[in-house]
Write a protein that binds this ligand. Structure first.
Ligand SMILES: Nc1ncnc2c1ncn2[C@@H]1O[C@H](COP(=O)(O)OP(=O)(O)OP(=O)(O)O)[C@@H](O)[C@H]1O
Length: 233
């Protein structure tokens, strides 16, 4: 069952069409990964979905509601959370205060601490003193406090060790298993495919693959060709 549906979406930057006709479906309780080489347009598409930038054309539905004309905060209130690339914590505030500050809508901090017990141990520490991985957990945790139906995550792995990325990936899988729809943009393709139900690959602004995550994981040469934009499936 699709909870987020992107239909023929076009997104421009500085008047140039960066995303051209993207169609993506994210199901409740599933991890959907969006892969592609640097500059393919993944971040631009996520920003168009969350409303950080307007889309030029196309339709975006969250559940049965059309949201593409709503402001970003209204999309967030409707149940769409976006963990943006390079999003950071409030370094001088404690972990607890970072969470409280994001708690406007009555989210449950205990649920975040259950997903990321590492944060419980650091609850009084200034967030700036947390490790890179813990800070990313806090960023994801803050997004969860809005009780999203869908979580968009853009490159949570930037600058983190592979073992930490694996830990974060497991948490996203757990989150999806609890019923959230997750759309994950990730450079570590095999790690992302390892937790994915469904996968898309973008090349030069267009979707060149939509299918099973496991099928792509099993076919490294296909993945490589898709990244290079040499093929389309
Ligand atoms: N403000 C902008 N004005 C014009 N072009 C832009 C702007 N921002 C990004 N672009 C271009 O849009 C294209 C897509 O960028 P985007 O960041 O969406 O790709 P990406 O797939 O997320 O890549 P990465 O993995 O490097 O983040 C790139 O060619 C980039 O140079």
């Amino acid at each position: 069952m699709s909870i987020l549906s992107i239909q023929d979406v076009w997104v421009e930057r500085s008047g140039l069409p960066i995303v051209r006709g993207a169609t993506v479906s994210v199901a409740k309780g599933q991890v959907t990964v969006l892969l592609g080489a640097n500059g393919a347009g993944k971040t631009t598409l996520l920003e168009g979905i969350s409303g950080a930038i307007p889309i030029a054309r196309g339709a975006i539905s969250l559940g049965s509601a059309r949201i593409e004309k709503l402001r970003a905060w209204r999309r967030a209130r409707a149940g769409l959370a976006h963990v943006e690339q390079n999003r950071t914590v409030f370094r001088d505030l404690s972990t607890a205060d970072n969470l409280w500050a994001a708690c406007r809508t009555g989210g449950n901090i205990d649920e975040v601490l259950e997903l990321f017990p590492e944060l419980r141990k650091q609850i009084s520490a200034p967030a700036g003193l947390l490790s890179g991985g813990e800070q990313q957990m806090l960023v994801v945790g803050r997004a969860l406090l809005g009780k999203p139906k869908v979580l968009l995550v853009d490159e949570m792995s930037l600058g983190l060790a592979p073992i930490v990325v694996e830990r974060l990936a497991r948490a996203l899988r757990q989150l999806a298993d609890s019923g959230v729809g997750v759309l994950l943009v990730e450079q570590f393709a095999s790690l992302a495919l390892g937790i994915a139900d469904r996968a898309y690959v973008m090349a030069k602004g267009e979707m060149v693959y939509a299918g099973d995550g496991s099928a792509l994981l099993a076919d490294e040469s296909l993945l490589r060709a898709l990244y290079l934009g040499d093929t389309r499936v």
